[in-house]
Structures are given as C-alpha cells and as structure tokens.
Design a protein around this ligand. Structure first.
Ligand SMILES: NCc1[nH]cc(CCC(=O)O)c1CC(=O)O
Length: 311
C-alpha cells in the first residue's frame, strides 16, 4: 500500500519552468492522494545565481540540484523535481531517482523574430546558445554562423533575443511548450540534425534514498518507456564520462519492446564528430548505453574528448 505522508513537500528551483514542472507534479500527487497536503518549497540554486559565465566553466549540472538535495537531506522536502537534463550522471550518495515522468518533445527548437529556419540565416548571423552540444552540431552544418553565449532562464533568453542581441537562439522545445510559449518556435530541429541532450524533455523525481516509503508513493508518476530511454542515454554518457562541459548528446526511442538510440561526441567547432546508432532490448538500458559508448570510442570518441578543455 502506498500510504502517503499527510504533508508532501516538493523542492523546486524558482524559475518559471521549474515551477511549472513542480506544480505539474504537485497536481498529479494531489489527485493521487487527496487527503495529503502537497506543498512546493521554492529555492534558488547556485546555477540560477551565476549568470555571467558559461555553465561548462562554473561547474556544470550539479549547480542546479545541490540546494534541492540539501532540502531532501535535512528533511525539509520529500521529493525534488528536476529536468533530467540538469541531473548529473552520478547522483551523490544518499539520493535516488524514484521516478521519471513521461517525456515532452525532446527536440531542440529554433527561435527567431526574423527568420523561419536555420537554413534561412545569412552567413555571419549570430545565434545564441551556451550549450556546447548545440554549438558543435550547428557549426558542423553551418560553419558560417557565429555562436555567442546565452545564459539565464527561459524568459531571460527570450528577452535577450527580443532585445536584438541575436538573430536567433536555440532552446529546448519542451521548456517552451510547458510554459505555453510554443508559438515562439519557428522550426523544430530534427533529432538527427541536433541530437538532444541526455534526458532532454523528461522530468526526474529525486528522493532521499533513506525514504523508502516514498518509492511506492511516487511509483504512479514513473513512465517506464521514458525511464528506460533516459537510462540508456545516461548509460552512454556515464560510460564516456560525459557532462555539459563537452559536446555530447544521445537520443533513445522505444518501439516494439526495443530501444533505438543515437549518440554523438564532437569537437566544439563540429569539425570532428563521431556518431553511432544502436538498437537493443529494453531489458538492460544502461548496458545498451554502454554498448553505444564503446562504439563511439571505437570511432575515436576518446581522442575527441581528450582534445577538449575539461579542466
Ligand atoms: N539547460 C536548462 C534547461 N533544462 C531543461 C530545459 C528544458 C526542458 C527539458 O529539457 O526538460 C532547459 C532549457 C533549455 O535547454 O532550453
């Protein structure tokens, strides 16, 4: 029996997207457990505060989850809602991912006020993104575009575009869709042309590993197909020791009880890129990810990774 706590507290970042995601989980839990009170504890993370340097330089994904984990550790919160994309490949000891929610559109989106598509951008146009993954894949296809850094939450990034600092920006479709900003998308970039970030579009629900009671409480929120795909993607990234400090991406899809996954590793300028595809059973997604990593290594992934400045 999942007997839920009388009060369930959700830790969340305070950005509009994080709050949307937390409220989404809040309403699902409230519907499942009408006699519980479900509250959101909003918190600012280091990743939200440092906006002037590329994430890759200031320490990466962990910056968005550490404060939330602190709230789980000291019992102020029962669960934390994350974009799986922002969750480091290895959780610190004492934490566990209790559920992974159904994936929203995993694709990257082209957003511009003046142009309909990437292909329509004139040479020399400035495209805003701080994602090395987006940068390398863009530069591989369009070497004459200029990439400039773009940090901040979704609203901040859209404001910077609207202020005219960029001809276009690239954002995750999922965030725009969740915030009701789908109309800003001018073109959805196919996952072949811009392999998404590991976990892009999926929500993860993290708990204090000692709270075994919460596993059953949260089980109805788990979407097994998404969970298997995200585990496969994270398996690849983990095997390659990938992080957001290197251009890396993976996208898994489930069909008829098998998973097909494409992954890549590249140089920042996109001139060197290894890309491979695997298909396997859903029995061991992590292992399928490792297989893809091995194939990428055979193609020279480690040579590319070694040339990247990962401090
Ligand atoms: N890097 C921040 C971040 N983390 C998750 C999303 C989008 C939503 C998602 O992928 O679930 C975004 C914004 C973006 O990349 O445009």
């Amino acid at each position: 029996m999942n007997t839920p706590p009388k009060k369930i507290v959700i830790a969340s970042r305070e950005s509009a997207l994080a709050m949307w995601q937390a409220k989404h989980i809040q309403s699902r839990l409230q519907a499942l457990y009408p006699t519980s009170t479900v509250e959101i504890l909003g918190m600012t993370t280091t990743g939200d505060q440092i906006l002037d340097s590329p994430l890759a330089r200031i320490g990466g994904k962990g910056l968005f989850v550490k404060e939330l984990e602190q709230a789980l550790a000291d019992g102020r919160a029962d669960l934390a809602v994350h974009s799986m994309k922002d969750v480091p490949m290895n959780l610190p000891d004492g934490f566990a991912m209790a559920a992974i929610g159904e994936r929203e559109d995993a694709r990257d989106a082209f957003v511009s006020n003046d142009f309909d598509s990437l292909a329509a951008l004139p040479d020399g146009s400035i495209v805003g993104t701080s994602s090395l993954r987006r940068q390398s894949q863009l530069q591989a296809r369009f070497p004459n575009l200029k990439i400039e850094s773009l940090r901040g939450n979704l609203q901040t990034r859209l404001r910077k575009l609207d202020e005219g600092q960029y001809a276009a920006i690239i954002l995750a479709a999922a965030g725009l869709i969740r915030l009701g900003l789908e109309s800003r998308i001018r073109e959805l970039i196919s996952p072949q042309d811009s392999i998404p970030a590991v976990g892009q579009g999926a929500l993860g629900i993290e708990i204090n590993a000692s709270r075994t009671d919460m596993i059953a409480v949260l089980a109805p929120l788990n979407h097994p197909a998404t969970a298997a795909c995200v585990e496969a993607e994270r398996g690849m990234s983990r095997a390659l020791a990938g992080s957001c400090t290197v251009p890396i991406g993976a996208y898994a899809q489930m069909k008829d009880n098998s998973i097909t996954m494409t992954g890549f590793v590249a140089s920042v300028d996109g001139k060197e890129m290894v890309k491979e595809k695997v298909t396997g059973s859903i029995e061991n997604p992590e292992k399928l990810g490792q297989l893809l990593a091995e194939k990428l290594v055979a193609l020279g992934a480690n040579r590319i990774l070694a040339t990247l400045d990962t401090h």
